[in-house]
Design a protein around this ligand. Structure first.
Ligand SMILES: Cc1ncc(COP(=O)(O)O)c(C=O)c1O
Length: 446
């Protein structure tokens, strides 16, 4: 390709031109094949080129692709909302459709603030969050994100919502081990709430398994029960950011189910359209909707393309595909197999500090020294090196941050489509091993 006016992630870099995708594989215009062990950005949950989804897209496009939500509703949007209510735990029944994960967390934040306003409480406007987190790139979502690298440029425009440490057992801020640690990192929330004042706090937001910011950091078993209890004790709503973990990624429809809690509001995205259409949602419980329905009857958010029938039909087809093929129920078994393979690989390389994660959202953290857990210097650019060697070898993996400060650390996420087979997992781990062997050679030269 010659000159380009397309603003790509790195403007001076040459990207392969995609031709097509089928299942877990992608093919570029030069005929090179890639195993998509990242599902793009943890998005292509059912793989590429699925006929049922293409058929549903075509069928909807032949009827109507777009109507504006203040003028019409559509069968596709209504059915999707019904299906989500049926599949989501508890009384998380109400869907507000948007187009990206950032819009979903931002809408969730706005709904939480509005909930308190409708109850006559105007002071509860802050949304607390954790460091080592990512909730999206729009300014509200970025205000909630504990991601120093992505905040830096816009820091003067952002709220200081991240206030507590992440549940990062590999680098426990207290140097303790769960469960004897007493879950001090969860109890930090209570301290933060007392410092700030519950009367100012609308909600607390967290990713059940920390994605891009932390490389699949997975809290110990009772962590979210403690967090939820603190929220309830202080009249604070709990928002689960399941943009990455939702739609079966960690082995259940919502990851929250595995932690024994039901959030008040859930942000969904990524796997919701599985990459076939831009669609995301803020999903609210009856408790959250009740004062809004009794009050102004309107949620103050929305986008031109919110609830467009085209994206809704795609998401509905994705949900039906997950259900018909019983994909979510096999995630745990595939996870155990893949994690075992990754553990074996870990034993072969002196620079793999930790293998972690849940379901098919697995992370590998790299360290310079296994004993001290010291990270590589930033200048070594280890994460970027693994990603680019992987790509050369036809393996797509997802970059992640690591380290308690969210600045110094290297990690990757392995998150193939949930439809991956055992044989494909073996191919993935072979390609990963080859990639890490090449990385090892580069590390020797540092
Ligand atoms: C947990 C989480 N929340 C929100 C977002 C933002 O979603 P989007 O990139 O679709 O705006 C992401 C994206 O990576 C995410 O991982």
């Amino acid at each position: 390709m010659g000159h380009s006016f397309l603003i790509k992630p790195m403007i001076d870099e040459i990207y392969p031109v995609i031709d097509y995708g089928k299942g877990i594989y992608l093919y570029d215009m030069d005929g090179k094949k890639y195993l998509d062990a990242a599902s793009g950005a943890v998005t292509a949950n059912i793989g590429h080129g699925v006929t049922e989804i293409i058929d549903a897209m075509k069928e909807q496009a032949e009827k109507i692709s777009f109507v504006y939500r203040s003028q019409f509703t559509s069968e596709a949007a209504e059915k999707l909302a019904d299906k989500i209510a049926e599949m989501a735990p508890g009384d998380l029944n109400w869907s507000f459709f948007v187009n990206s994960g950032s819009e979903a967390t931002e809408t969730a934040m706005k709904m939480a603030i509005q909930y308190w306003q409708e109850k006559g409480i105007e002071t509860k406007t802050k949304v607390l969050s954790r460091w080592v987190s990512y909730h999206g790139i729009t300014l509200g979502a970025l205000s909630m994100s504990g991601h120093p690298g992505r905040r830096a440029r816009f820091a003067p425009l952002l709220e200081d919502f991240p206030v507590i440490n992440p549940p990062y057992c590999y680098r426990c801020p207290y140097g303790l081990e769960a469960p004897s640690c007493g879950y001090l990192c969860a109890h930090e929330l209570e301290t933060a709430v007392n410092r700030i004042g519950a009367e100012k706090i609308a909600a607390f937001i967290a990713e059940p398994v920390i994605g891009a910011a932390g490389g699949a950091i997975t809290p110990p078993k009772d962590y979210y029960k403690i967090i939820k209890k603190i929220c309830e004790d202080h009249d604070i709503l709990f928002i689960a950011d399941e943009v990455m973990t939702g739609f079966g990624r960690t082995g259940t429809m919502l990851s929250s189910e595995q932690w024994g809690i039901t959030p008040d509001i859930v942000a969904l995205g990524k796997g919701m359209g599985a990459g076939y259409a831009p669609i995301a949602a803020a999903l609210a419980s009856e408790k959250v909707m009740e004062p809004i329905i009794a009050g102004t009857k309107s949620v103050m958010s929305g986008h031109t393309l919110s609830a467009n029938p085209q994206s809704c039909a795609v998401s509905l087809a994705v949900l039906e595909y997950l259900e018909k093929n019983e994909i979510i129920k096999d995630v745990e078994c595939k996870s155990v197999y893949l994690k075992n393979q990754l553990e074996k690989i870990k034993g072969q390389f002196s620079f793999i500090g930790d293998v972690r994660g849940k379901g098919l959202l697995l992370g590998i953290e790299f360290v310079q020294d296994l004993n001290s857990k010291a990270p590589f210097p930033r200048s070594a650019a280890i994460t970027q090196k693994v990603i680019s060697i992987g790509k050369e070898n036809g393996l797509l993996i997802y970059p992640a941050g690591a380290g308690l400060d969210g600045v110094n650390g290297d990690a990757i996420i392995i998150s193939p489509p949930l439809t991956i087979t055992k044989r494909e997992i073996e191919e993935l781990t072979h390609l990963l091993k080859v990639t890490l062997e090449a990385l090892s050679k580069q590390i020797e030269k540092l």
